[in-house]
Ligand binder design. Structure first.
Ligand code: 13P
Ligand code: SF4
Length: 368
């Protein structure tokens, strides 16, 4: 079900929740957690606000959250503090008896919205005609369940930012070319790390239905979907130049959703968990400029007062859609659950879920 259809089926948050005091909201979450015990599981992505993540039973990057969803067969209710595609993934990987909720149905992902299933099927048709049966599709988990199902049906798998290299290596054992959806930057950064040159990569533009490349098309190994993260695109080469000039002692660490030039000029790149681990392991007194979402950067600043941490881009904002999950929405979701209303359920249709699960399970098997 798309976000619009989900929205139409679900009411918006009643105004009264926005008037409640923080202490009252927090007390209500604790009350629900006590009442439900292990029947309720609250996973939270690292980009969630502090006011929400404090109540998460587990926090993690996309891979860890997918693994947790697959492992947890006990919780009847999973209130997912993250974005829509993550809650869909949780629904696909959990059993029929478990229900997944997203506290605010407007918590989508602009990157996932950059590839729809009709565009993907149209691209596939054109690419099959051009290259024959030589292509394996891989999709970043930041994609709709329908895209995951398409990938699963065609023998491919999902990837996350923490396993993209091993997944691409696996994919090249199956076919000679890869179609990588929907994040061109993660795809390009990963392929370069594996020694694939930029000349061996092409860009599929879903809006014009065209393949952009220089040189011999038969040498193309990776076809990148022209999508990106609107948050990570805000880190620029100029930001790096400014840091290098003003703070030459700074280590620069970025998420691989950043553009190639930014990743290339940084000292390190990796998933949200990789960034957290790097900061935790770093020496006291060390300096870090971080290129990722602001809720996470602010949390790292707060948790590591002995280290000098700043955002790579001084004008960076949090991810707008991750931020839609706030304390009032979490309480509203739990209250509705408790009163039997069960609003904001994320339910992927059985046929899509079955195919999408193939893609997710191929990834989880390789990353066990
Ligand atoms: P990871 O937490 O897997 O690095 O993903 C980042 C992201 O953008 C999630 O939307
Ligand atoms: Fe999507 Fe980017 Fe926000 Fe992650 S940070 S949820 S990729 S828009």
């Amino acid at each position: 079900m798309n976000i619009l259809a989900s929205l139409q089926q679900n009411k918006m948050i009643p105004e009264k929740y926005k008037q409640l005091e923080k202490a009252e909201l927090e007390a209500r979450v604790l009350e629900h957690k006590r009442k439900y015990g292990s029947r309720l599981f609250i996973p939270g992505h690292h980009y969630q606000k502090d006011e929400v993540i404090q109540f998460a039973d587990s926090s993690g990057d996309s891979l860890k959250l997918a693994q947790l969803s697959a492992e947890n067969t006990e919780a009847e209710f999973i209130v997912f503090c993250g974005v829509h595609f993550m809650a869909e993934t949780a629904d696909i990987l959990t059993t029929k008896n478990q229900k997944v909720f997203l506290p605010d149905m407007r918590a989508g992902c602009s990157m996932a919205d950059m590839a729809d299933i009709y565009q993907t099927e149209s691209a596939w048709k054109t690419l099959q005609a051009k290259f024959g049966d030589t292509i394996l599709p891989l999709t970043y988990v930041n994609s709709t369940a329908a895209i995951k199902a398409f990938v699963g049906t065609n023998g491919g798998a999902t990837v996350t930012s923490s396993n993209a290299e091993s997944m691409l290596t696996w994919a090249f054992k199956q076919k000679e070319r890869i179609l990588f959806l929907p994040d061109q930057h993660l795809g390009r950064n990963t392929a370069v790390n594996l020694g694939i040159s930029l000349e061996e990569m092409a860009l599929w533009d879903p809006n014009s239905d065209t393949l952009e490349y220089n040189g011999d098309p038969m040498k193309i190994k990776v076809i990148l979907w022209k999508g990106h993260c609107s948050v990570h695109e805000n880190f620029t080469v100029q930001n790096i130049a400014d840091i290098r000039k003003d703070y030459p002692e700074m280590n620069i660490i970025v998420h691989p959703e950043c553009r190639r030039e930014v990743v290339e000029l940084s000292d390190q790149s990796g998933s949200t968990s990789y960034i957290i681990d790097a900061i935790e392991r770093a020496k006291s007194g060390s300096s870090w400029a971080i290129g990722t979402e602001m809720n996470l950067v602010n949390r790292l600043i707060k948790n590591h007062p002995d280290k000098n941490i700043i955002s790579l881009n001084p004008h960076m904002c949090p991810c707008l859609t991750m931020n839609r999950i706030d304390l009032p929405h979490l309480v509203w979701c739990l209250d509705s659950l408790s009163s039997g209303l069960e609003q904001n359920i994320i339910e992927v249709s059985e046929d899509i879920a079955h195919q999408a699960k193939l893609a997710l399970e191929r990834m989880l098997l390789i990353n066990n």
